[in-house]
Ligand binder design. Structure first.
Ligand code: NFS
Length: 656
C-alpha cells in the first residue's frame, strides 16, 4: 500500500486516501499497484489486436519476431494504435459537440412548434421562453458565429438563426464533399489554413487531397478505423498524417462546435470568483456532485437545485439546503458560467465519495470511473447515470432526454434530497481545504478585459515583459503524484515570465493551489516581467479557459494573435503541455495542438516508443510538416526548460 504522501500533493486527497485505507476501501492507486508490472509490449505500443490471426507483438530488442502474422512491423503497429487513440479521443469530444448542436436544433424546433400552437410568439422567436427546455442565453455570440459562417443575419429571428447555425454545425459531422469543415473555414486564419493544405505534400504524400484539412468530423474518425483495419494502410507517415487530420476535425470541428454552441445556449463565461477542492462540500447540506463532461445536463441540475419545492423538501428532511458542486469537466463548465464550486479533478472522484457527505454523484459521459459505484457502496451515496450511452452496473439509471430536461433534472435532484436522511453523520469527514480563484476567461472575456483587442498582450510579448504563452491542459494520472507535475511545470514557466492559459484537470489543479488569484503574482513562482504585466491589468498569472473541449478557446486566442501578426500559429512563441495526460482525448488534443502549429509537451510517455520511425516523425519530422512537434519529458523541471527554450527560439525567429 502506498503512503498518502506518495499519491498526491493535495492535502484533501491525502486525507481521504488515508481514510479509504483505514476503511479498507480500494481506490485507483491500489488498482494501479495490482496491475504491476504493466505489460511492456503495451507500454511500447508494439502489441496488435486488430485481427484474429493475432494478438501479435514485436520484439522490442530487435530480435524475432520482427513482424506480426500479416507482416506489419513495429512502426506500422505503433502508428495504427496511436491513430486509433486519436480517433477515440476525437470521437468523444465530437460526439459531445454533436449533442450540443442537436440540443440547439431541438430547442429551435420546439420553439417553432409552440409558435404554431399559439404560445407567445415574441418570446419564442427570441428563444427566451421558459416553456423551452433550453434558451439562447448569448444572442450576440449566436450572431457572431452566424456571421463567421457567412449566414445572413439581417431580418432573422434568434430562433431562425439558431436553427441555421445548428444545421451548419450538424452538416460538418456528416457531409460527403471534399471541402474543409465549414467551422474550420470560418475560424482559422489563412496562413495556418495554407499550412494544413500543404502539409501532406511536404510529407511526400501529395495524394492527400487538401492535405490534412478535415472534410467531415465523422468521416475522418471512420476513416481512421478503416485505415487501421488489417491489410489497409501500412505507412507510418500516411497513418500519422490521417491522425493529424482526424485531430483537426476534433479541434476546429467537434470541440469548437461544443464550446461555441454551449456559450450560445448557456452564456459565454465572464470573469467570476469561485472556489475549488473537496472543502466545498458542506456538512449540513444535501451535496450533489455533477461529474462528467456535458453541461446540457449539469446546467439543468444547477437550475433544479434552486427549485423552491425541492429546497423545502431538503429542509423538511433536515438539510440546510442543496449544494451542487462539480467534478472534472462538467464541473468546469458550471464553474466557468455560474461560479459553481468545483470539488476536484480526475483523481478526486473516489475521494469525494469517501467524505461520506455526498448524497448523489450525477454522472454523464467520459472520465467517470466505474469504481465510483463500488466506493459508493461503502456509504449512502447514490451514483446516478444519466446518459443513454454510459450505463454503470450498480448505479441508478435516470436517463436524460433534452426535451424533458427540467422534469428529469428535478427527478434527479429529488432522488439526491431524499437520500439525505440515509447519511450516517458519524461517518462524515469533509476536509477543510478549499481555495478561491478567478475563472471565466473565455476569449470574449479576455478581449473585454483588455479593452477589445489582444494588443496589450502582444505588446508585452514584443517588449519581452512576457516571453510567451503556454497552454496547460489535461488530466491526472495515478502514475504521477496527483497535481505534482501540473504545479511544478506551471511555476517553472511563470518564473520565466511565461503567461499561462489552461483548461481541464490542469485548471482545477491550478485553482486548488491559488494560482488563479492575482495575489499569486507576489510569490516567488512568478517572474518580474509577468508580475508587472498581470498587476498592471489586474489578472492572475494564469487564466482558466474552461473544460477540455474549451481547449479550442486557446486555439481561437492563438488564431487571433496569428491574424494580428499575419503569421501562421506555428510562428508564435506559444507552447502546449499535458503534464499528467491520461485519456485518449488528451492524445487527440496534443495532436491537434501540434497539427495547428503549437509544439506540445507530454509528461507521460505515450505508447509509441516501440516504433522508432514513429517517434522520429512525432518529435522531429513534424516541424517540417506543420511547424510544430511533440516534446516528451516526464521530468517537470526539464520539461519546463524545453518549453521555455522553444518559446525563445520562436521569439528569435520572429526577431523579438
Ligand atoms: Ni480532459 Fe475532462 Fe480531466 Fe483529462 Fe478527463 S476530465 S476532458 S480528459 S481527466 S482533463
Amino acid at each position: 500500500m502506498k503512503k498518502y504522501k506518495e499519491v498526491s500533493i493535495d492535502p484533501t486527497t491525502q486525507k481521504m486516501y488515508e481514510r479509504a485505507q483505514e476503511m479498507g476501501i480500494e481506490t485507483v492507486w491500489e488498482r494501479l499497484e495490482k496491475q504491476q508490472p504493466q505489460c511492456g509490449y503495451g507500454l511500447l505500443g508494439v502489441c496488435c489486436r486488430n485481427c484474429m490471426m493475432g494478438p501479435c507483438r514485436i520484439n522490442p530488442f530487435g530480435g524475432e519476431p520482427r513482424r506480426g502474422v500479416c507482416g506489419a512491423d513495429a512502426d506500422t503497429i505503433v502508428a495504427r494504435n496511436l491513430l486509433r487513440m486519436i480517433a477515440a479521443g476525437a470521437a468523444a469530444h465530437s460526439d459531445h459537440g454533436r449533442h450540443v448542436a442537436l440540443t440547439l436544433l431541438i430547442a429551435a424546433e420546439m420553439a417553432e412548434k409552440f409558435k404554431k400552437e399559439g404560445k407567445p410568439v415574441l418570446e419564442l422567436d427570441n428563444m427566451a421562453s421558459s416553456t423551452l427546455p433550453y434558451q439562447v442565453r448569448d444572442v450576440e455570440k449566436l450572431k457572431a458565429i452566424a456571421e463567421r459562417l457567412g449566414i445572413e443575419t439581417e431580418g432573422k429571428t434568434v430562433r431562425e438563426l439558431a436553427k441555421e447555425v445548428a444545421e451548419v454545425a450538424l452538416n460538418d459531422f456528416g457531409k460527403q464533399d471534399e471541402e474543409a469543415l465549414a467551422f474550420l473555414k470560418a475560424y482559422l486564419n489563412p496562413k495556418t489554413y495554407e499550412m494544413f493544405e500543404k502539409a501532406a505534400e511536404k510529407a511526400g504524400m501529395p495524394w492527400f487531397e487538401n492535405g490534412i484539412l478535415p472534410r467531415s468530423i465523422d468521416r475522418e474518425i471512420v476513416e481512421s478505423l478503416h485505415r487501421t483495419h488489417i491489410g489497409t494502410d501500412h505507412d507510418p507517415v500516411s497513418i500519422l498524417l490521417h491522425g493529424l487530420k482526424t485531430s483537426l476535425g476534433d479541434a476546429w470541428g467537434g470541440s469548437l462546435i461544443a464550446t461555441e454552441l454551449q456559450d450560445v445556449l448557456f452564456g459565454t463565461p465572464q470573469v467570476i470568483k469561485a472556489e475549488a477542492n473537496l472543502g466545498v462540500l458542506k456538512e449540513d447540506y444535501v451535496n450533489i456532485v455533477v461529474h462528467g463532461h456535458e453541461p446540457v445536463l449539469s446546467e439543468k441540475i444547477v437550475e433544479a437545485a434552486q427549485d423552491p419545492e425541492l429546497l423545502e423538501l431538503a429542509e423538511k428532511l433536515g438539510a440546510k439546503g442543496i449544494n451542487v458542486v462539480g467534478m472534472c469537466c462538467t464541473g468546469l463548465e458550471v464553474l466557468m458560467r455560474h461560479g459553481i464550486p468545483i470539488a476536484g479533478n480526475f483523481l478526486q472522484q473516489e475521494m469525494a465519495i469517501v467524505t461520506g457527505a455526498v448524497e448523489a454523484m450525477v454522472v454523464d459521459v467520459q472520465c467517470i470511473m466505474p469504481a465510483t459505484v463500488d466506493v459508493a457502496r461503502c456509504f449512502h451515496t447514490k451514483i446516478i447515470d444519466t446518459s443513454p450511452l454510459a450505463t454503470f452496473p450498480g448505479a441508478i439509471h435516470i436517463k436524460f432526454d433534452e426535451r424533458r430536461a427540467d422534469e428529469i433534472a428535478k427527478e434527479i435532484v429529488k432522488t439526491a434530497v431524499e437520500n439525505f436522511p440515509n447519511r450516517s453523520k458519524v461517518r462524515v469527514e469533509i476536509p477543510k481545504e478549499k481555495m478561491a480563484g478567478y475563472v471565466g476567461f473565455s476569449v470574449e472575456a479576455i478581449l473585454k478585459h483588455f479593452g477589445g483587442s489582444l494588443k496589450p498582450i502582444e505588446e508585452a510579448i514584443v517588449e519581452g515583459k512576457i516571453k510567451g504563452v503556454a497552454g496547460l491542459v489535461g488530466c491526472n494520472n495515478p502514475k504521477i503524484k496527483q497535481d505534482h507535475n501540473h504545479i511544478k511545470i506551471a511555476n517553472e514557466l511563470m518564473k520565466r515570465d511565461v503567461l499561462l492559459v489552461g483548461t481541464g484537470c490542469w485548471a482545477t489543479a491550478a485553482m486548488k493551489y491559488g494560482i488563479f488569484l492575482p495575489e499569486y503574482a507576489d510569490t516567488e513562482n512568478v517572474g518580474p516581467g509577468l508580475r508587472e504585466f498581470v498587476k498592471e491589468w489586474g489578472i492572475p498569472p494564469a487564466l482558466n479557459m474552461g473544460s477540455c473541449v474549451d481547449c479550442t478557446r486557446i486555439l481561437v486566442l492563438a488564431d487571433l494573435v496569428a491574424r494580428d501578426l499575419n503569421v501562421p500559429i506555428s510562428a508564435l512563441p506559444v507552447v502546449g503541455s499535458a503534464p499528467e495526460a491520461m485519456t485518449e482525448k488528451a492524445v487527440s488534443i496534443g495532436t491537434y495542438f501540434v497539427a495547428s502549429g503549437i509544439t506540445t509537451h507530454l509528461g507521460i510517455v505515450p505508447p509509441v516508443l516501440g516504433g522508432p520511425k514513429v517517434v522520429k516523425i512525432l518529435t522531429q519530422d513534424l516541424y517540417d510538416i506543420v511547424g510544430a512537434a511533440f516534446i516528451v519529458e516526464p521530468d517537470p523541471y526539464k520539461a519546463a526548460k524545453l518549453m521555455y527554450d522553444h518559446i525563445m527560439k520562436k521569439r528569435k525567429e520572429l526577431g523579438i
